[in-house]
Design a protein around this ligand. Structure first.
Ligand code: OAD
Length: 255
């Protein structure tokens, strides 16, 4: 089943000219970053409304820093791109993949070498002072005091979108445009539970794209919005698709 679907994905990719990927936390699991939902997910242990809602952060920023953000900083400092991130880079180099819309804030697509990455939920690389607005690189944040503070005394917050906050309008409009323009959308490692990001595959499908899902387990897209779903780990699945693509379709073209 999976080899057949890898072959089908390779064939669809070979025929595509404008691929867009929508990625989620699952693509970074093999880099050592836990997902939010599914096996080992962060929201199995913590209530997102208690730790990832902007009202919770404003009520008690020290608690959110201690329980959630400090651990994220440690994990993201150590994380490196995996085979799935690299697979998307390879598709970009082939001239196939044009844009990645990622819900992740870990910067691993850029670290891998992808160029056009829309960070739908912001990024963790920067902190902003709630008092003076100064931006500070997350690696430079002094973690001795919780919550960490700017030199002006203001509290720092990550430049990520918390629940209850707006998506940056330019990210939303660029993502919608990219979804509407693609001929293939790869949906990788997302539970498709959080809107409006989860709407992008529907926009792509309605505009005529083939929607291919790569995920560890079925999601609301499976058998619905996705034309087909490859259920497995993202890194191994990418390696199998790319091997089929190089072996069968690029070989055909050369021959
Ligand atoms: P989720 O954690 O909701 O979903 C990750 C999906 O990846 C799950 O369906 C897992 O089964 C799957 N998965 C796990 N390991 C995998 C692997 N090795 N290969 C392939 N798939 C794997 O992550 P997102 O959909 O990105 O928002 O979550 C969306 C948003 O919810 C996040 O951006 C974040 C979160 O709350 C905010 O913080 C605003």
């Amino acid at each position: 089943m999976i080899p057949d679907l890898c072959h089908r994905a390779a064939r669809d990719i070979a025929g595509a000219h404008h691929i867009v990927a929508l990625t989620g936390a699952g693509i970074s699991v093999e880099s050592g970053i836990p997902p939010f939902r599914g096996p080992g997910g962060i929201w199995e242990k913590l209530d997102p409304m208690e730790y990832a809602h902007i009202d919770a952060f404003m009520r008690d920023p020290g608690r959110v820093w201690r329980v959630l953000i400090a651990d994220m900083k440690t994990l993201l400092d150590q994380a490196r791109p995996n085979d799935a991130h690299m697979g998307l880079v390879r598709l970009e180099r082939m001239g196939k993949l044009k844009t990645i819309i990622t819900q992740n804030v870990d910067g691993l697509h850029q670290a891998a070498g992808s160029h056009d990455v829309i960070e739908f939920h912001g990024n963790f690389a920067w902190q902003r002072c709630l008092a003076c607005g100064r931006r500070i690189s997350t690696t430079d944040v002094e973690m001795a005091e919780m919550p960490p503070r700017c030199s002006c005394g203001g509290i720092l917050r990550p430049e990520c979108v918390f629940f209850g906050e707006m998506i940056e309008p330019v990210n939303l409009s660029r993502s919608r445009d990219a979804a509407a323009r693609c001929d293939v959308m790869l949906v990788v490692g997302t539970s498709a539970m959080v809107q409006p990001a989860a709407l992008m595959p529907t926009i792509a499908r309605q505009a005529g794209a083939t929607v291919i899902e790569i995920n560890f387990e079925p999601t609301p897209l499976t058998g619905q919005v996705a034309h087909y779903s490859l259920l497995g780990e993202a890194g191994a699945t990418f390696n199998a698709i790319l091997a089929a693509l190089e072996r069968e379709f690029q070989g055909d073209r050369k021959g």
